[in-house]
Design a binder for this molecule. Structure first.
Ligand code: 13P
Length: 248
């Protein structure tokens, strides 16, 4: 069995002082042979986080695909690399919904990150309306096809996918393990068609949306769920530790 990949996503939370205090409590307890533990933090906290984290992988929450240029307010890949960042969340539904990030932009970001030797955590997921209209599987499968456009098979294996149904984010409504498994299986099937089954098996697929210590075990038991991307619960040191050590 491959290692589970469990990342927190702090979103727009956490000053440098907060992340420092958090990592002081959790980092030494984050050693786990079966889990790759990570945390996505705001740009301003990356440098502190990288310095303080020994066992936890630190991720950025966004990036621009261009190396530099007139893009006020954006952050480039070389800027992240200078800090030692290796993982970057792209296409989070909050960025898609509130900041107009498209599948095409997500694809450009993924290609640029892979070219730079970094790991994209590529998010996908449907709205409540799409879910209620029973169009989830087609919708998510399209997001994956567009997100992976022009990505070579060799590079595809390095991508982490985060399936996060928008209706389950921050709402306390977790997709049942069965629903989450069903969509993650569809994602793997789509990857199998775009690449092949062997490559599809190697790609880690996380589930995200109201994951907490109480439901992580059942989610992680699912065949096609290889990890989790956790918002709210990852802000609480005790919960974060329970999540990344769910197998202990
Ligand atoms: P919650 O865990 O707060 O529902 O957030 C999920 C998420 O968006 C992680 O990226």
């Amino acid at each position: 069995m491959k290692n589970k990949v469990i990342f927190g996503n702090w979103k727009m939370n956490g000053t440098n002082a907060d992340i420092k205090a958090f990592l002081k409590t959790v980092d030494k307890k984050a050693k786990n042979d079966k889990v790759i533990a990570g945390l996505a933090v705001p740009f301003t906290a990356l440098e502190t986080a990288i310095k303080k984290a020994k066992n936890i992988k630190i991720a950025a929450e966004n990036v621009h695909w261009a190396e530099n240029g007139a893009y006020t307010g954006e952050v480039s890949i070389p800027m992240l690399q200078e800090l030692g960042v290796e993982y970057v969340v792209i296409g989070h539904s909050e960025r898609r919904e509130m900041f107009g990030e498209t599948d095409e932009a997500v694809n450009k970001k993924a290609l640029a990150l892979l070219k730079a030797g970094m790991v994209p955590i590529l998010c996908c997921g449907e709205t409540l309306e799409t879910y209620e209209n029973k169009k989830t599987n087609k919708f998510v499968s399209d997001q994956i096809k567009k997100g992976f456009k022009d990505i070579s098979a060799e590079d595809a294996k390095k991508v982490i996918i985060a399936y996060e149904p928008i209706w389950a984010i921050g709402t306390g409504k977790t997709a049942t393990p069965e629903i989450a498994q069903d969509v993650c299986a569809t994602i793997r099937e789509t990857l199998g068609k775009v690449y092949n089954k062997t490559i599809a098996k190697e790609i880690a697929i996380q589930y995200g949306g109201s994951v907490k210590p109480a439901n992580i075990k059942d989610l992680m038991k699912q065949k096609d769920i290889d990890g989790a991307l956790v918002g709210g619960a990852s802000l609480i040191a005790e919960d974060y530790l329970e999540l990344i050590n769910y197998n202990k």
